[in-house]
Design a protein around this ligand. Structure first.
Ligand SMILES: Nc1ncnc2c1ncn2[C@@H]1O[C@H](COP(=O)(O)OP(=O)(O)OP(=O)(O)O)[C@@H](O)[C@H]1O
Length: 508
């Protein structure tokens, strides 16, 4: 084809299906924009002077073995090198306009050197790849074909946020169970996987499998307990039986770990002992110093807990910090048989679960408003590792979000977080209950006030002690803040309001 050397104005050159070995004539075509030399016998890679505007090159089905630096081919946008014998990707770093690259059916065993490219389409079908690597920075990648390789894992696919189409057919990984759902979950913008459209159902199923929303987890958990319960001989829990007009009264205090809800629950049951008793949950964690079995929790082994689940004993369960927690039907029934309402505390997931049951508790959210103080408080307890503290603090936003996004999900919200706020939270709770704003279903004939003492006496109680679970009397901690209180007016803290004007950090 040396005769073509005189065609110096050529912009488009198509030479497919010949026996061409030498393309040096292209050096005389400075205006060339597209070059198609596929199905030839070329073994030299780009052996010609770079035409300044060369955008598209097709060299598929040739005999090339080694890539070289294409730094001078600055306009290159599309490069088709399928069906050659390349074993390595190299020399493309400077091709700052390369958006389409195809190297299908070569002998490439590693993805390399593509980092800085603005690639939108990449095809490496039919190579010898064993893992997905070197793609993390290809933020513009929209189409990726890695089919017919030896890829065994999906790792390396994360961060490809623009990817809409991927083909991983004929790799080991595509044989794995739930492979489709895993890919769809990793690549949230995917529309086509392995040449099949991704359906809306698959998208929902993938999220439900790998990051299920709280409702889904709760629904599954509820179903499990219900099925196990139905498999047992039926026992009538008559004190808590649902009835249309008066559901059994229950109060659930919820909020992140160590926010003070447990202390408030105990305190409430002390002060309103004619109305409330503490619903004792089961847990598989070890008791902290000062905690008593049958008062704070029923402390049980993992095995016993599992047995209880299988015997349908629980209304709800939850895993938190590597331990299991559960509220049993019997715990509630015991309180109910004494003619009392149950007061329990639990994490948000527990609330979602309870909402599936026939119980109709009132839910009060206690939310720390000042994250740093909450963190200090958890640290000061000396019970938690840094990871546990981070986890607890990070969950505050989950509570705040739930409250913001689901009006009415909690019956009341009380700000807490500092010791002073714990006190204020109690006062708020006390006011809510006294005014019957939350427990609407308590018997009307009982006068609603703290049974033992007046409000002032509660504050002045000498028996009250520090807020520290390792202290045996930590359930009463109010004296410690008395001094602080004397310099404050008792504010009217009510549900859904922020009690502390300085506490502006968490919006709920
Ligand atoms: N049955 C349950 N379902 C869901 N969450 C529960 C249940 N029982 C307890 N929890 C919650 O699990 C978390 C861990 O409980 P644990 O008693 O181990 O923590 P803690 O450090 O003493 O904190 P807290 O003072 O909030 O109880 C707490 O937020 C607690 O309210």
């Amino acid at each position: 084809i040396s005769v073509l050397s005189s065609y110096i104005h050529l912009q488009k050159l198509e030479l497919p299906h010949n026996r061409i070995r030498d393309l040096s004539c292209v050096s005389n075509m400075p205006s060339l924009v597209t070059l198609d030399a596929c199905h030839n016998e070329i073994s030299n890679f780009f052996e010609f002077q770079p035409p300044k505007n060369l955008k598209e090159v097709k060299f598929s089905h040739n005999r090339m073995t080694k890539m070289k630096d294409l730094g001078e081919y600055l306009s290159l946008c599309k490069l088709d090198l399928d069906y050659n014998s390349f074993s390595e990707i190299s020399g493309l770093q400077q091709c700052c306009k390369l958006t389409h690259l195809s190297l299908a059916h070569n002998k490439i065993s590693r993805i390399s050197d593509l980092d800085s490219l603005p690639l939108k389409h990449l095809c490496l079908r039919g190579n010898q790849l064993e893992k997905i690597e070197g793609l993390e920075n290809l933020k513009s990648l929209q189409v990726l074909d890695l089919s017919l390789n030896r890829i065994a894992s999906l790792s390396g696919l994360q961060n490809l946020h623009m990817l809409g189409l991927i083909n991983l057919e004929k790799n080991q990984v595509s044989e794995q169970p739930d492979y489709r759902l895993a890919v769809i979950f990793l690549l949230q913008h995917l529309t086509v996987l392995d040449q099949e459209k991704v359906t809306a159902e698959e998208k929902v199923a993938s999220v439900n499998k790998y990051d299920p929303p709280l409702e889904v987890v709760a629904a599954r958990e509820h179903m499990t307990h219900l099925v196990y319960q139905l498999m047992q001989p039926q026992v009538l829990f008559d004190s808590t039986l649902p009835s249309a007009d008066s559901p059994y009264p229950m109060l659930v205090l919820t909020g992140p770990q160590g926010c003070g809800k447990r202390e408030l629950a105990h305190r409430l049951c002390q002060e309103f002992s004619e109305y409330f008793a503490y619903g004792i949950c089961h847990t598989t964690r070890q008791p902290y110093f000062g905690e008593e079995n049958g008062i704070d929790y029923h402390f049980v082994s993992e095995e016993d807990f599992k047995d209880m689940v299988h015997m349908g004993k629980f209304i709800q369960t939850m895993s938190y910090g590597g331990h299991s927690y559960g509220l049993s039907r019997e715990a509630i029934e015991q309180v109910a048989q004494e003619g009392l309402a149950s007061c329990v505390h639990m994490e948000l997931e527990g609330v979602f679960s309870l909402k599936n049951t026939y119980f109709e508790p009132r839910y009060i959210l206690l939310i720390p408003t000042q994250l740093e103080k909450y963190r200090d408080h958890l640290t000061g307890r000396g019970l938690y590792t840094a990871v546990q503290i981070d986890a607890a603090v990070s969950r505050v936003e989950l509570y705040a979000n739930t409250n913001r996004q689901r009006p009415g999900f909690f019956d009341n919200v009380i700000a807490c977080g500092t010791e002073l706020n714990y006190f204020l939270a109690f006062v708020a709770l006390w006011e809510l209950i006294s005014s019957r704003a939350i427990i609407l279903l308590l018997p009307e004939d009982k006068p609603l006030s703290p049974v033992s003492r007046s409000g002032k006496e509660i504050l002045a109680s000498p028996s009250l002690n520090a807020l520290d679970p390792s202290n045996p009397s930590y359930r009463s901690y109010f004296t410690r803040i008395q001094a602080e209180l004397s310099s404050h007016k008792t504010p009217a803290v009510s549900g859904c309001s922020k009690s502390d004007t300085n506490s502006t950090e968490v919006e709920f």
